[in-house]
Write a protein that binds this ligand. Structure first.
Ligand SMILES: NC(=O)c1ccc[n+]([C@@H]2O[C@H](COP(=O)([O-])OP(=O)(O)OC[C@H]3O[C@@H](n4cnc5c(N)ncnc54)[C@H](OP(=O)(O)O)[C@@H]3O)[C@@H](O)[C@H]2O)c1
Length: 284
């Protein structure tokens, strides 16, 4: 089996490539310099040459605030890129795993969002990722759309690392307590994506760790688990205005992931603790 990973130098891309290497699969981890997903000709010629069985698209424009200014760039990378990949995958018979996001929802729901709830993004990043989903569905073929949320893991800019470094520098931190989602460990996500891609049950899925938290709860958990003394105080989103609006609730209901891959992902607290352990080992 041949698996091509796009955006392979990003946080998730590296982990997906690692997961497939662990499984003994031939992996083509291509960074932007090797495969620019917005270059239609290049997408077709590289996919034709490699002839992958599975393409995992981890390439994206991920700067949520930056997208408010760089709308066209966000739509090009998050929308048109996936369309080119879907077309090229259809031509060479590959299955496409397109990574999407909780930010396609407006956050107004009372409980977790289901795969069949109606998306309504409230920022440009979410709108561009929703365009990516639509582009892949429009082209058809064999595809999985895997929506995930609040990623943390090695080799990437993420909230857990940011909070830990702030907690080492300061005695007190204020963290927003009115946005709820599910923190997700890229290691767990990469394993589940590979299992999903094996299932042949094409379609849309929510793939996150289990449970839910606010950013404040996540910060408290990791600072405590890391044995740091900084005190964490809850605050409101409006105290820290950002260019892009964020959904208040973007928790994703995993149904029917368990029916397809046989399990739901572990709880986010357990995942966060495993990540801290891995970081400690790597830093020693
Ligand atoms: N991070 C989260 O919390 C989160 C939450 C929900 C969903 N997601 C989704 O998960 C996926 C992976 O996110 P991530 O956190 O791993 O992002 P990331 O670390 O920012 O990685 C994205 C990668 O895509 C590459 N890239 C950008 N434009 C490209 C292009 N035109 N062609 C090829 N590669 C390109 C980037 O390369 P450069 O570094 O050279 O720009 C970067 O290596 C994305 O689809 C994202 O929308 C992420």
């Amino acid at each position: 089996m041949r698996v091509l990973v796009t955006g392979a130098r990003g946080m998730l891309g590296r982990q997906v490539a690692r997961e497939y290497q662990k499984r003994g699969v031939t992996v083509y981890p291509l960074a932007r310099q090797e495969l620019d997903i917005t270059n239609c000709e290049q997408v077709f010629s590289i996919l034709d040459k490699i002839g992958p069985n599975i393409v995992v698209n981890c390439a994206a424009y991920t700067d949520v605030d930056g997208a408010e200014q760089e709308k066209e760039k966000a739509f090009l990378m998050n929308g048109l890129g996936p369309r080119y990949l879907a077309l090229a995958c259809r031509r060479c018979g590959a299955a496409l795993v397109q990574i999407s996001t909780d930010y396609i929802f407006d956050g107004k729901a009372e409980g977790p969002y289901r795969i069949y709830d109606t998306p309504c993004p409230i920022n440009i990043y979410g709108a561009s990722k929703l365009f990516g989903e639509a582009s892949v569905r429009e082209i058809g073929g064999r595809f999985y759309i895997a929506r995930t949320s609040w990623l943390f893991g090695p080799n990437g800019k993420n909230f857990v690392d940011t909070i830990l470094s702030l907690a080492r520098e300061r005695d007190e931190l204020k963290v927003v307590n009115d946005q709820h989602g599910t923190p997700t460990y890229t290691v767990d996500l990469a394993g589940a994506l590979a299992d999903l891609a094996d299932s042949k049950a094409y379609g849309t899925y929510h793939v996150t760790n289990s449970g839910s938290a606010s950013w404040y709860e996540l910060a408290k958990t990791v600072v405590y688990a890391a044995g740091l003394n900084a005190s964490i105080a809850p605050c409101k989103t409006r105290e820290f205005p950002r260019p892009a609006a964020r959904p208040g609730n973007s928790v994703l209901d995993p149904f029917p992931l368990k029916q397809v891959i046989g399990y739901n992902l572990p709880g986010w607290e357990d995942a966060a603790r495993r990540y801290l352990k891995e970081k400690t080992v790597m830093e020693v």
